[in-house]
Design a protein around this ligand. Structure first.
Ligand SMILES: O=C(O)c1ccccc1N[C@@H]1O[C@H](COP(=O)(O)O)[C@@H](O)[C@H]1O
Length: 211
């Protein structure tokens, strides 16, 4: 199966267009005010108007309140919620929308137990454990991912055009998610890097017989 691609942290019209044009399956908006990629729901709604049917619009939240998430859902046509903080399973499932749960991978974290706790997630997103909650461009040790982890895996954390092929061959995720690795600066996407990233994913898919 082809590896799905999400380009996250979009803040500009031209970057949304570049992600769609390159062939991304999903675009992400960051609703976490401390992030340099933060957009308000109103701004995300403007940007999301450019997204054609069958490309998903994902909203990323870090320990937002239920009211903030409900307000974003009412303003932006979000297909998927991405919970990247310390949200509980009950909280994640309370919005009646498909959702992803991020796990910040580190030695000692029982990923099987984590995945089982969030078993009704649409996918488990694996990111590096670093200071802050994510989006820092850090790769984690992929050998910490146990074989046979249940559910759909979304691999993220420091991916870019030069390492995503290797990541796909080793981890075989259902999807990959990238922010820093396709940027010219925080929140500013480099369109050549976006295109190169998508091409690298498709090349890896072809090499392993996915498409
Ligand atoms: O993008 C952000 O600013 C961000 C802030 C808080 C939590 C997560 C964030 N981004 C997500 O982090 C991972 C890894 O990103 P990167 O490619 O290493 O920069 C990815 O899932 C982003 O969506």
């Amino acid at each position: 199966m082809k590896t799905r691609i999400k380009i996250c942290g979009l803040t500009r019209e031209a970057d949304v267009d570049a992600a769609v044009e390159a062939g991304a399956d999903a675009v992400g908006f960051v609703f976490y005010p401390p992030s340099p990629r933060y957009v308000t729901p109103e701004r995300a709604a403007e940007l999301a108007r450019r997204v054609p049917p069958f490309v998903d619009v994902v909203g990323l939240f870090v320990n937002a309140s239920a009211e903030e998430i409900a307000a974003a859902c009412a303003t932006v046509p979000l297909n998927l919620l991405q919970f990247h903080g310390d949200e509980t399973p009950a909280f994640c499932r309370s919005f009646a929308r498909p959702w992803l749960r991020a796990a910040r991978v580190r030695p000692g974290l029982d990923l099987v137990e984590f995945a089982c706790s969030y078993s009704d997630a649409r996918g488990l997103l694996l990111d590096a454990f670093v200071e802050g909650y994510g989006g820092g461009g850090h790769v984690f040790d992929w050998t910490l991912i146990p074989a046979g982890l249940p559910g759909h895996l979304v691999l993220s954390g420091g991916l870019h055009a030069d390492n995503v092929g290797d990541a796909i061959r080793r981890v075989r995720p259902a999807a990959v998610d990238v922010s820093s690795g396709v940027e010219a600066g925080k929140g500013i996407k480099d369109h050549e890097k976006v295109a190169a990233f998508v091409a690298a994913v498709r090349a890896a898919d072809a090499a392993i017989g996915g498409v």
